[in-house]
Design a protein around this ligand. Structure first.
Ligand code: ARG
Length: 595
């Protein structure tokens, strides 16, 4: 739809003194009011006229000049000047773009690396702890922005900033000694957690342990081979575990550069800051007095403790400098919990003090927590519910629902076209579908919640096949597939749906037109998703599209109509399949073929 908005803006600019952008146009609340609305309020002061008068005058000028493009209609609606695109123009050009556009099958995509460089940091869990459900937030959102960014032509560089450095690894090495573990012990992630919990419990009554841990971390920072080897082992065990989760979610990174990646940059950084007088001493520690972007004073940023150890913030300053040096990014986004807002303000404050002008290109996208309806889970505090557990529960529930559906459905509805060869075959595919639906449900639920808000998690609602859920959208997608399959099997369509412009005249109902217009908004919603770093923007749009598709499906019989009508409607089903499927894929929602 964007191209029509551009035409409307161009037309307006033939009569306006200060030009408007297409994105300045609004979308009227009711489709029958038009496709775009130009609000005249802003001109009222300048022209000293009431907005409805202005809108009328603008319309008259446009008519007098004859600058209204063919296919566009303009009329006044109170204080607005509204534009409507002729239905045939909408249908032909949008279906053409979707089904036969230049970017073939990737509607709304832009040429790879045709835009700027975007460093996107996400996931970033801490080593030696299993991924908990809370980590799904930065992981799912980051991965979605990563895919959409690339789709829209950015050169995205994704980084997983693992928490793999700090005093807690000193503590773990102490645990190895106390509990008699060695580098050769067979250990899993859970063993690491167990060791960490046990050693911390001991430390509560024995201050010497804390001392030993501090010292061990200092030795780690200095590169003591024995400590380094133990640390390396913890990182390996954790990464294996994280990778298993990432594979399940379809997430991959360009770089896994944890905090330790910057360990050799820390001393030179501290020395440089000291020489430049940016780092000052305070009670034995070294700090930088900082302000935010408006000049407001913040608590100072601690970069070196009195024992000489560096901290989390030191690594972040070093990481930002390194990334800029390497990539000269146009934008850098950190997807990290809201509890770290001050931390990022301080880090950006240090960079500003260092006169790194590009600090203005850095942003922290903060996200909220998980809250569980299930009392058993909520009393354990969000932090102790692992991602594995949530996916397992979701999967069990989906599995149950699928079995019920198969029992309920009249023969042939959801049953596979070709009978499964063996029982294991069908059990396997049920297993694969349950996995895809469970992952889709949990990921979609997370993403459709505004990042800044908490995710309210109610398992029953999350995996529901109706409502604003992942399975609802996945199901609509399988429905498109099954219509297309059936059309082919019954000889009503070829193996591929080809765009035939002349057939669009057979799409005459309101719901068909609305569906096509909605599909045509895909690029705009992708762009807004990137602009605000909110996958919820795309998620809500896909829900709306699916609702319209449902209405179309109920109102317009596709198969078995007069041939042109069936052909025309099949083009619409194919266009929906492509856009919905693409949107879901970008969000990281798996697409089962049947449900
Ligand atoms: N590892 C940290 C945590 O789990 C998040 C890291 C965020 N990124 C950063 N550059 N500080 O809390």
């Amino acid at each position: 739809m964007e191209r029509f908005a551009r035409l409307a803006a161009q037309c307006l600019n033939t009569v306006l003194e200060s030009p408007v952008q297409w994105s300045d146009l609004e979308i009227p609340p009711e489709p029958n009011l038009g496709d775009f609305a130009f609000p005249c309020f802003k001109l009222a002061k300048q022209l000293k006229k009431a907005p409805p008068q202005i809108s009328k005058a603008l319309l008259e000028q446009i008519q007098a000049k004859g600058t209204l493009p063919v296919g566009l209609e303009a009329r006044t609606v109170g204080p607005y000047l509204n534009f409507t695109v002729a239905p045939q123009l909408v249908l032909q050009s949008l279906l053409g773009d979707i089904l036969a556009g230049e970017n073939r099958g990737r509607y709304g995509s832009l040429a790879p690396e045709s835009r700027g460089t975007w460093v996107l940091e996400y996931s970033s869990p801490n080593v030696a702890k299993p991924l908990n459900i809370y980590h799904l937030r930065p992981t799912a959102l980051g991965a979605a922005l990563d895919r959409i960014g690339r789709y829209r032509g950015y050169r995205v560089i994704s980084i997983n900033h693992l928490g793999d450095w700090g005093k807690q690894y000193g503590m773990l090495t102490v645990a190895f000694r106390i509990f008699g573990k060695t580098i050769d012990s067979q250990l899993s992630m859970l063993d690491l957690v167990d060791l960490y919990v046990k050693v911390n419990a001991l430390a509560e009554n024995d201050p010497k342990i804390e001392e030993e841990a501090k010292e061990a971390f200092l030795r780690l920072e200095k590169g003591d081979p024995e400590i380094v080897a133990l640390w390396q082992k913890c990182v390996e065990i954790s990464l294996r575990e994280f990778d298993r989760n990432y594979a399940r979610l379809g997430v991959r990174f360009d770089h896994i550069w944890g905090e330790s990646h910057y360990k050799n940059h820390l001393t030179p950084l501290i020395d440089d800051l000291k020489t430049r007088g940016i780092l000052v001493q305070s009670e034995g520690a070294w700090i930088v007095p900082v302000t935010d972007e408006t000049g407001q004073e913040l608590p100072p940023c601690l970069l070196q403790k009195s024992d000489g150890a560096t901290i989390y913030a030191t690594r972040d300053v070093a990481a930002a400098l390194y990334r800029y040096e390497k990539f000269h990014f146009d934008r850098m986004t950190y997807i990290v919990g809201a509890e770290q807002k001050l931390h990022f303000k301080q880090v950006f404050g240090v960079l500003r003090k260092m006169d790194q002008k590009w600090v203005d290109r850095c942003e922290h996208v903060a996200f909220g927590l998980y809250r569980f309806k299930d009392a058993k889970m909520s009393t354990r505090k969000g932090n102790f519910v692992t991602l594995d557990e949530v996916l397992l529960q979701a999967k069990e529930r989906v599995h149950g629902l699928m079995i019920d559906r198969q029992k309920d459905s009249p023969a042939g509805e959801t049953a596979p076209e070709t009978a499964p060869k063996t029982v294991t075959d069908s059990a396997q595919s049920l297993e694969a579908i349950s996995e895809a639906v469970a992952v889709g449900a949990v990921v979609f639920h997370d993403l459709h919640t505004d990042p800044a808000r908490d995710v309210e998690f109610d398992l029953e609602r999350v995996v529901d096949f109706e409502g604003e859920t992942g399975p609802y959208l996945q199901y609509a997608h399988t429905r498109c597939l099954s219509i297309l399959r059936k059309a082919h099997q019954t000889g009503q369509a070829g193996a591929k749906i080809v765009f035939q412009p002349a057939l669009t005249t057979h799409l005459t109902t309101e719901v068909e037109l609305q569906l096509v217009k909605t599909l045509g908004q895909f690029p705009i919603h992708l762009e807004r998703t990137l602009e605000f770093s909110k996958a919820s923007q795309l998620a809500h749009y896909l829900i709306e599209m699916t609702r319209l598709f449902g209405a179309f499906y109920r109102e317009c019989q596709v198969l078995g109509q007069a041939s042109e009508i069936t052909q025309a409607r099949l083009m619409l089903v194919e266009a929906t399949r492509r856009v919905l499927g693409q949107g879901l894929e970008l969000l990281g929602i798996p697409l089962p073929e049947k449900m």
